[in-house]
Design a protein around this ligand. Structure first.
Ligand SMILES: NC(=O)c1ccc[n+]([C@@H]2O[C@H](COP(=O)([O-])OP(=O)(O)OC[C@H]3O[C@@H](n4cnc5c(N)ncnc54)[C@H](O)[C@@H]3O)[C@@H](O)[C@H]2O)c1
Ligand SMILES: NC(=O)c1ccc[n+]([C@@H]2O[C@H](COP(=O)([O-])OP(=O)(O)OC[C@H]3O[C@@H](n4cnc5c(N)ncnc54)[C@H](O)[C@@H]3O)[C@@H](O)[C@H]2O)c1
Lengths: 209, 209
C-alpha cells in the first residue's frame, strides 16, 4: 500500500492537472509538475510509479490520461454519499453547506444530531436533520459511505456506536478525540491546528532569516 | 528549504513523541517511530536530517531532545497570536471556540466580521467581534501574526486588502478562492474536500479488494 502522504499528493496532482487542462496543456513532464507544486521531480515519479506505468521517458504524461487515472485511483469516478453527525452545530452546519464537496463528487445527503431544537431543521439540499438514532437505518437506505463527525468529545463513543451499527465504511473525525480505524471502518482524524503549525514554521524562518 | 510534506510530518512526529513521553519512553529509533506512524524508516531519517543531526546511529533519538528540537523548528516555543476574519459565520465561530488551537500554543485573541448584527458579540475568551476595518489597527496593537479567513469567496479581495495593510505575516484561507502567497504574507489554502478524497481512496481499495 502506498504511504498516506502519497495519496494526499494525488489530490494535489489532480488539482494541478485540472488547471493544466483548462490552460490547454496536453502533455506535462514530472519536472514541470514538480516545479508547479514546489516538489522534487523524483518524488512525483515515485508517487505515480506506485500505481503503474503512465508516462513515456523523455515525452512526459498525457494530462487527460493521467488525470483520469488519478480519479480512478482515488475512487472519485463515482459520487460518494456523505452524512454529517452533529450537523446542528457550528462546524457541522458549515460543512453541510460547503459547495467544495460537491465539486469533488461528494454529496451530503443526510444530516444527524441529538439536540431536539435542531431536529427537522432543513439546511440546503441535504434535507431535514434526523435524530442520530436514525443513522443506521438511513445509512443503509441511502447508501451513505462516509460519515463526518462534528460532535463534542464526550459524544464520540455514542456516535461511533451508531456508525458501527450503520455499516458505513469511512469516518472523517473532527472531534478532539483520537479515533482508531477498525476492520470495517477507516477513520481519519482532522486537527486544524496542524494547519497553523505549518504556517508557524514559515513565521519561524522569517524570524531567523 | 525542506518540502511542505516534510514540515507537515514534523507535526505528526511531535504528536507521536508527546505520546511516547506520556508512556515513559525515553529513547526511540527511526524504525520504531516509522512503525507507529505507518511510514518508511528512511523517510523519517531523511525528514529529520533536513534539520541537523540528532540521533546516534544504532542508539536512536532521545524523545525529549527530539521533541524540543521539533518544537523549535516549527516555531512553537512561543505563543502565536491569531485573528479570525468572518468570525460571525458558522465556520469562523467554530474555529474561534476550538480548544485544540490553544493546546498547540496558538491563541485566538481577536475576531472580525462585517455583518452589523454580529459586531460586539462576545465568543469565549477572544473578546467582542470587531468590524473588519479595525483589522490593521488591532493586528499591530496586539501583535497578531496569523489571520484565519472564513469569509465567502466574493469578500476575499476586500478582506485580503485589510490583511496586507495590517502587516500580519501568515494567512490560513478557508474561502473557496485560491490565494497566493506574497513577499510579505505566507498563505495556506485549506480544502476539506481533500480529506474526503483520501478516505475515498480507501473505499476504492475495499471495492477492488
Ligand atoms: N478538529 C478540528 O480542527 C476542529 C475545529 C473546530 C471544532 N472542532 C470540534 O468539532 C466539534 C464541533 O464543534 P462546534 O463548534 O460545531 O460545536 P457545537 O456545540 O456547535 O456542535 C456540536 C453538535 O453536536 C451535537 N451532538 C452532541 N451530542 C451528539 C450525539 N451524541 N449525537 C449527535 N449529535 C450530537 C450537538 O447537539 C451540536 O449540534 C467539537 O468537538 C469541536 O471541538 C474541531
Ligand atoms: N475550505 C473548506 O474546506 C471549507 C469548509 C466549509 C466552509 N468553507 C468556506 O468558508 C466560508 C465561511 O463559511 P460559513 O459556512 O461559515 O459561512 P457564513 O456565511 O456562515 O460566514 C461568513 C461570515 O463572513 C462574514 N463576512 C462577509 N464579508 C466579509 C468581509 N468583507 N469582511 C469580514 N467578514 C465578512 C459574514 O458576515 C459572515 O459572518 C465560506 O466561504 C465557505 O465556502 C470552506
Amino acid at each position: 500500500l502506498p504511504p498516506q502522504a502519497t495519496v494526499r499528493r494525488l489530490s494535489i496532482y489532480l488539482r494541478c492537472l485540472n488547471l493544466l487542462d483548462e490552460e490547454g496543456v496536453s502533455v506535462v513532464s514530472s519536472r514541470e509538475l514538480a516545479e508547479r507544486l514546489d516538489l522534487n521531480p523524483a518524488q512525483v515519479r515515485k508517487d505515480l510509479a506506485y500505481f503503474g506505468e503512465f508516462g513515456k521517458r523523455g515525452v512526459g504524461y498525457s494530462v487527460l490520461k493521467l488525470r483520469d487515472h488519478i480519479i480512478k485511483i482515488l475512487g472519485l469516478q463515482q459520487k460518494r454519499l456523505v452524512g454529517i453527525i452533529g450537523a446542528g452545530g457550528r462546524l457541522g452546519h458549515a460543512l453541510a453547506l460547503y459547495k467544495g464537496f460537491e465539486k469533488r463528487n461528494f454529496k451530503v445527503v443526510a444530516l444527524f444530531d441529538k439536540d431536539p431544537h435542531v431536529i427537522n431543521q432543513v439546511y440546503g439540499e441535504a434535507g431535514p436533520i434526523h435524530h442520530v438514532s436514525e443513522l443506521p437505518r438511513l445509512v443503509k437506505a441511502l447508501g451513505i459511505e462516509i460519515l463526518v463527525l462534528c460532535v463534542p468529545a464526550e459524544a464520540v463513543p455514542e456516535a461511533f456506536e451508531y456508525v458501527l451499527l450503520s455499516g458505513a465504511r469511512a469516518v472523517l473525525n473532527f472531534a478532539p478525540v483520537k479515533l482508531a480505524s477498525t476492520e470495517e471502518v477507516t477513520v481519519h482524524n482532522v486537527d486544524l491546528a496542524m494547519e497553523l503549525e505549518s504556517l508557524s514554521y514559515h513565521l519561524g524562518i522569517r524570524e531567523t532569516g
